[in-house]
Design a protein around this ligand. Structure first.
Ligand code: SF4
Length: 172
């Protein structure tokens, strides 16, 4: 297993995040979201302290998509590790970089969470080694920076991991 994987939290911790998911991502008016929002535009229900003003009421207010969304811990990690606690509100010049890094960190964490589940399947030796290699790639040392995260999005590894998961369909 990759060196620092055991220290990485794959569960959200909204209290320790800058609400990237409520800003960075776009959503369309649908049965999941009550209005159209562009990427990089703060949701109109987000307050100055990065809290959702309708949090207790998301379903009723038409935001089922927010209830279902899971950042797999990418939000607080991007906030603390990559941007050292700086918010997009206080550093608007870095906001787009923060949102881009968050988007890729989300993919990294989602795949790490899926690989963790895949480890519970009956895998052959080659597959176990593939899982370990993917985990190692997704948990690099030295750790992620915003630049190498953003560059990583198009390097092809996410597609390779997706293809690996597809090949495991008969094991599920
Ligand atoms: S409704 Fe609340 S949880 Fe959903 S994007 Fe807006 S601020 Fe975030």
């Amino acid at each position: 297993m990759a060196n620092n994987l055991q220290n990485i939290k794959l569960e959200p911790d909204c209290e320790n995040c800058a609400a990237y998911c409520c800003v960075a991502l776009a959503f369309d008016k649908s049965n999941m979201f009550a209005y159209d929002k562009q990427a990089a535009e703060p949701c109109k229900h987000l307050d100055e302290a990065h809290s959702c003003t309708i949090h207790a009421d998301l379903d009723e207010q038409g935001f089922k998509g927010c209830v279902r969304y899971n950042c797999f811990g990418a939000g607080q990690r991007t906030f603390h590790e990559i941007f050292e606690g700086r918010s997009w509100r206080d550093h608007p010049d870095q906001a787009q970089e923060m949102f881009d890094a968050y988007r890729v960190m989300h993919k990294v964490h989602e795949f790490l969470a899926l690989l963790r589940e895949v480890r519970k399947l009956k895998l052959d030796e080659t597959q176990v080694s593939q899982v370990a290699n993917f985990e190692a790639e997704l948990t690099p040392l030295p750790p992620w920076t915003s630049a190498n995260l953003i560059a990583y999005e198009t390097c092809g590894t996410f597609e390779e991991i997706r293809a690996f998961f597809t090949g495991l369909r008969d094991r599920v």
